[in-house]
Design a protein around this ligand. Structure first.
Ligand SMILES: [Zn+2]
Ligand SMILES: [Zn+2]
Length: 331
């Protein structure tokens, strides 16, 4: 499936195609964006999965391009459905992989996703048996890897120059620590990765703060301020990492802000007058969570609890190594 960017004047500024690449995850296919202005640039090649490889190569062929046409690869973030093919594509083409410093750290071959999050899972109140199962879960996709020598490390703020325009790389964390969005200011087009999605509110994924790994990252705080950044950019259209183009970005920003406000209130209501663990909050918000969704549910719970704690509405204390949260004034 390919799309070109319609601009208000009917002419195209940066020409690109949306390539729908299948993933084995419940989120469905991932959007890979091929910007055909020189140097030809591929944003998020997709997962390292046979059907994805086939789809990507097939799409390039139908456009009359070989893999070799790709001169630059950009990753919005480290998650395997977006980044898995970057290494193979680099090997095939020599194209450098533009990636945020924090995402590159997660793409290191020896990076163990759950191990670095284990201290947070241990204090979450997750029953030991469930934790053991979670640790042993095997992803259907191989761990995505990008080697430092393949990468161009960015911090955000850099501009990718093309023959017909430019894309500014914006570091907008909240869903993932090293998340980048790509902003075509001339055309009012934002490539949002998983930061803004048409049908779902992205998970504020649990992880260590990149510059202070003992602490949880303030993912929800980052996410909410990122929404304000997007609101100020005021894009005409947002091309997301999954699903169709977002033609009403301000509405989606408002919807996501309202979603989190409602969830913050729901967490306060849940706490009531008692002290609860992050696991108890997750289980109340999302009954019947299984497998990796348990981790995502815990991410939601921690993100909202930590945010309320930062705001002074909730306090936390340890009991036998487990972290409990309660509303201020109810202890
Ligand atoms: Zn993601
Ligand atoms: Zn995704």
């Amino acid at each position: 499936m390919t799309r070109a960017s319609p601009s208000p004047e009917g002419e195209t500024v940066l020409r690109f195609h949306r390539l729908s690449v299948p993933t084995p995850y419940s989120v469905g296919p991932v959007n890979s964006y091929l910007i055909v202005s020189e140097p030809v640039t591929l944003v998020d090649p997709g997962p390292d999965w046979p059907a994805a490889r086939e789809a990507l190569c097939g799409a390039l062929e139908r456009l009359g391009l070989g893999l070799q046409a790709v001169a630059r690869i950009v990753l919005t973030h480290s998650h395997s459905d977006h980044s898995g093919l970057a290494h193979l594509l680099h090997e095939a083409t020599g194209a450098p992989v533009y990636v945020h410093r924090h995402a590159l750290a997660e793409l290191a071959p020896d990076y163990d996703y759950l191990a670095v999050r284990l201290p947070f899972l241990r204090e979450s109140g997750l029953p030991e048996a469930v934790l053991e199962k979670l640790i042993k879960l095997k992803d259907v996709l191989p761990k995505p890897v990008v080697y430092p020598e393949e990468a161009v490390v960015v911090e955000g703020g850099e501009s990718l120059e093309f023959a017909d325009g430019a894309l500014r790389l914006l570091h907008i964390p909240g869903h993932a620590a090293g998340h980048l969005c790509l902003w075509d200011e001339a055309d009012g087009v934002l490539f949002s990765g998983d930061f803004l999605l048409p049908d779902i509110t992205p998970n504020p994924v649990l992880g260590p703060a990149p510059d202070n790994p003992e602490r949880r990252d303030r993912s929800l705080e980052h996410y909410l301020s990122g929404l304000e950044v997007v609101r100020r950019l005021n894009p005409r259209v947002v091309w997301p990492g999954h699903g169709e183009a977002i033609l009403n970005p301000p509405e989606v920003v408002t919807r996501n802000l309202a979603h989190h406000r409602a969830r913050l209130q729901a967490v306060l209501d849940l706490l009531g007058g008692s002290a609860l663990t992050a696991y108890e909050v997750a289980a109340a918000l999302f009954p019947d969570l299984r497998q990796f969704d348990i981790f995502l549910g815990l991410s939601e719970a921690f993100a909202h609890l930590d945010y309320l704690r930062e705001r002074g509405e909730v306090e936390a204390f340890y009991r036998n190594g487990t972290l409990y949260f309660r509303r201020v004034g109810t202890g």
